[in-house]
Design a binder for this molecule. Structure first.
Ligand code: SME
Length: 252
């Protein structure tokens, strides 16, 4: 019985797909409803390619871009039914989310390289880099790039609350320490760091990733503050490292 059910479901969903191409989506919803009834009656799963194609609330057959919208969020994909407005969130697995972030880093690098090829100045590229990094993660509340001039870090540009720390000597604060110790620094709790230079009372954690020229020379850093405690993990560092490397290559 279940085999017949499975077969019927496939046929009905195929018909729904055809009907959905007609104006007003024809009888797509009707076919989808029948398929769903059989699936429920015999406890059969929809074929994977149709799993997300029927709204669980109103039963509409969903065609993405027509009566349904798909949004890619930080940790999930959300599908919204245009008929009843129901939203289904499908969380990514950690691995999928991580691969997505790596691709995002590569896309960012691609955009910056393209700007350079089209003749954009280093200033413009650094501004765009900050804008793109900020947009990559909602926990990146303050995002900026400092450039190292002699033994002083100078704030090039940022997105977030204004800061008075526009010049930081190597060795001072988290930023200067990263330069002095020639390493990235991840601070899960800024209240635990003695020489921390507060940029805003809201900040709870901070990460600094060095920007280096291909020969290893330190050119500056990406600095990010978060209002969340312990906001940054190893993957955030790797993500930022990828972008820092390409920025380094571009501005060296
Ligand atoms: N917190 C940094 C200073 C920079 S601001 O956070 C933007 C530090 O301790 O070096």
């Amino acid at each position: 019985m279940r085999d017949i059910g499975r077969e019927r479901i496939k046929i009905l969903l195929g018909l729904a797909e055809l009907e959905a191409k007609k104006p007003g989506m024809g009888r797509a919803k009707r076919y989808a409803e029948l398929a769903r009834k059989i699936a429920m009656r015999y406890q059969i799963a929809f074929p994977p390619e149709y799993k997300r194609r029927v709204c669980k609330k109103c039963g509409s057959f969903l065609v993405f871009g027509k009566n349904a919208t798909v949004r890619t969020l930080d940790k999930a994909v959300s599908i919204k039914c245009g008929g009843c407005g129901n939203i289904v969130r499908i969380p990514f697995t950690r691995e999928v989310a991580w691969k997505r972030r790596l691709r995002m880093a590569d896309r960012t690098c691609g955009k910056l390289r393209e700007m350079k090829e089209k003749g954009a100045s280093a200033d413009e590229i650094l501004k765009e880099a900050v804008r793109l990094i900020r947009g990559a993660n909602s926990k990146f509340n303050w995002t900026g790039i400092y450039l190292l001039q002699g033994d002083t870090l100078e704030l090039h540009n940022y997105v977030g609350r204004p800061t008075e720390h526009t010049k930081i000597k190597a060795g001072a604060g988290v930023c200067g320490t990263a330069v002095a110790q020639k390493r990235n620094i991840n601070v899960p709790d800024v209240t635990k760091v003695q020489n921390y230079l507060a940029c805003s009372a809201e900040t709870k954690s901070e990460i600094v990733v060095l920007i280096r020229a291909p020969d290893g020379k330190i050119l500056g850093q990406i600095d990010i503050d978060s209002d969340k405690r312990g906001a940054f993990n190893e993957r955030d560092e790797k993500f930022l490292q990828r972008i820092a490397e390409c920025v380094g290559r571009i501005i060296a």
